[in-house]
Design a protein around this ligand. Structure first.
Ligand SMILES: NC(=O)c1ccc[n+]([C@@H]2O[C@H](COP(=O)([O-])OP(=O)(O)OC[C@H]3O[C@@H](n4cnc5c(N)ncnc54)[C@H](OP(=O)(O)O)[C@@H]3O)[C@@H](O)[C@H]2O)c1
Length: 259
């Protein structure tokens, strides 16, 4: 169990709540080493003894590390004084320099989890702007490992790029599932069967990727030179890789421009 006291501003939102619950469940933090804030002072974890406050200044004073889990447009309204402390920001498109200038934090960690924190299957890249001790880095890594997999990245720009890649979580699979479903329905497949077939592809078979690399799977399936190979070839010929690349670049441009 860590000695750190983590304060999560926005700690009852989608990501904040998922991280708070996972940090407790993993044993990384005890209830008296976790403080949450929101604008109502109410939240599920109050029932377990976690302090939930509406006073962000109180949260900052009580915490050795402060996580910002509010939406980017809510950041300017916070007016925090975290001088000399470490601030971990989950906000997309808000640079570390802006967070340092607004809060006085000596160290800013920018991390980019995704919606899969809810099921503890997020991939979370994180970047440190400033000097963070080995022990504090280990804490950050363990914190994000409590909601899945995590890795430190060497450049802040990697966070902006990865905001558009892993930060999007289920967005691209959801779009694929929708396209597969609608395509099948358009071909006369009954709605419920089309949905189950599409989910079978996107959700059911996807865990195979944890056991074999994407390259291995594609090579093996292309080798049959049959139905799957024809579909994959049509996507490749249609510029699938370029389209995916452009999609991620479009998102990264928004993140780099700032929000
Ligand atoms: N969701 C994702 O998939 C995802 C992925 C990557 C990155 N992110 C980033 O993660 C951050 C959080 O996203 P989210 O999806 O968890 O948002 P969210 O569910 O809207 O949570 C934000 C929380 O902030 C609280 N809040 C707002 N103003 C506050 C204030 N002045 N003081 C204290 N708490 C305040 C809100 O609670 P009340 O309304 O009760 O005050 C709300 O629960 C965002 O910056 C986003 O860019 C999200």
């Amino acid at each position: 169990m860590s000695d750190a006291v983590l304060g999560i501003i926005g700690g009852t939102g989608w990501l904040g709540d998922g991280i708070a619950k996972a940090a407790l469940a993993s044993g990384l933090l005890s209830v008296d080493h976790l403080v949450l804030s929101n604008r109502s002072g109410e939240g599920e974890l109050a029932g377990c003894g976690v302090r939930i406050t509406t006073d962000n200044c109180e949260l900052v004073q009580m915490s050795s590390m402060i996580m910002l889990s509010v939406r980017p447009e809510q950041f300017d309204g916070l007016k925090l004084d975290a001088a000399g402390k470490c601030v971990i920001s989950l906000m997309a498109g808000v640079p570390a320099s802006r967070i340092k200038a607004a809060t006085g934090a000596s160290v800013v960690v920018r991390a980019m989890p995704n919606a899969a924190v809810e099921i503890r299957r997020s991939f979370t890249p994180w970047f440190v702007d400033g000097e963070l001790s080995v022990a504090d880095k280990a804490f950050v890594q363990r914190l994000f490992e409590s909601v899945g997999d995590a890795a430190e990245v060497p450049l802040e720009d990697h966070i902006d790029y990865l905001s558009a890649l892993s930060g999007t979580g289920p967005a691209y699979p959801a779009l694929l599932a929708q396209a597969l479903t609608q395509g099948a329905i358009a071909q006369g497949i009954p709605d419920s069967i089309a949905r189950r077939a599409a989910l079978g592809v996107v959700v059911g078979s996807a865990p195979l990727l944890a056991e074999r690399s994407a390259e291995q799977l594609i090579e093996a399936l292309m080798a049959y030179r049959g139905v799957t190979a024809a579909g994959l070839q049509a996507l490749t010929d249609g510029g699938f890789d370029g389209l995916i690349g452009s999609a991620i670049q479009a998102g990264a441009t928004v993140a780099r421009k700032g929000m």
